[in-house]
Design a protein around this ligand. Structure first.
Ligand code: Z5A
Length: 205
């Protein structure tokens, strides 16, 4: 069976990790080999980069931030994603290049062409076969993700930032409807799972 690459995207607390675990279980029950991974941090190097990027109080400029996410991704693609796809596995990745377009491009207002060129270099031609965008008002997601706390360095940004990120994701989905499936993540966990399974079932052979 050929490998298949699925990414999950969306704002904080939209339910990506929960839905990924459910999708992986459903695919394994059908006999598929599944690798679940994430960014930033799906490798040893990524773990170190993640800690720089998300520790509250760290000063990281916007361009440096984009490049650190890109470095994590380049290493992750080459050492985890490509080998798993070559072995015919389904790879499910919690966040990928679209997060950089949305957070650093739209959220930090970096030059979109520059961000795209860095992303092309980082992913080396590997784009997801399917991207599930879990979409919800940031107020819903942040409440779920933060609980009572202030969250990590990026969660702690204001609502204006998270609204721009959401618009960024929706613009990406509108520009590439053949790759994206947009799921309304404001519904209950089970309803969201049904939408996810339907979208994957329609595309994954
Ligand atoms: N970032 C970036 O800026 N640029 C990049 O290129 C990349 C990332 C790759 C990574 O954070 C941060 O890095 C992220 C973007 C930035 N910004 N922040 N912060 P992360 O990996 O630590 O976290 P995250 O990806 O934002 O995910 P999350 O906050 O952990 O949430 P989630 O995985 O989407 O949700 P969850 O853990 O499945 O659910 C959260 C809670 O909500 C949990 O208690 C669930 O039970 C509950 N939940 C989920 N769905 C529902 C529904 N439908 N109803 C009710 N309750 C629900």
């Amino acid at each position: 069976m050929p490998g298949y690459f699925i990414s999950f995207e969306g704002g904080e607390g939209v339910g990506k990790s929960t839905q990924i675990a459910r999708l992986a279980a459903a695919l394994r029950a059908e006999g598929r080999e599944v690798v679940v991974t994430f960014e930033p941090g799906g490798t040893e190097l990524g773990h170190a980069v993640r800690s720089i990027l998300l520790t509250p109080g760290n000063h990281v400029t916007a361009r440096a931030e984009a490049l650190l996410y890109a470095a994590d991704r380049a290493h992750h693609v080459e050492t985890v994603i490509e080998p798993a796809l070559a072995a015919g596995k389904v790879v499910i990745c919690d966040r990928y290049a679209d997060s950089t377009f949305a957070y650093q491009g739209a959220g930090r207002a970096l030059d979109p062409a520059a961000v795209r060129s860095v992303m092309e270099f980082a992913v080396a031609g590997r784009w997801p076969d399917l991207t599930l965008l879990l979409d919800a008002d940031p107020r819903v997601g942040l409440r779920r993700a933060r609980g009572d706390g202030a969250g990590d360095r990026i969660e702690a940004e204001g609502l204006e930032f998270h609204d721009a990120v959401r618009r960024g994701f929706l613009d990406l989905a509108a520009a590439e409807p053949e790759r994206f499936a947009v799921v309304d993540a404001s519904h209950s966990l089970d309803e969201v799972t049904m939408q996810v399974l339907r979208a994957v079932g329609e595309r994954l052979l």
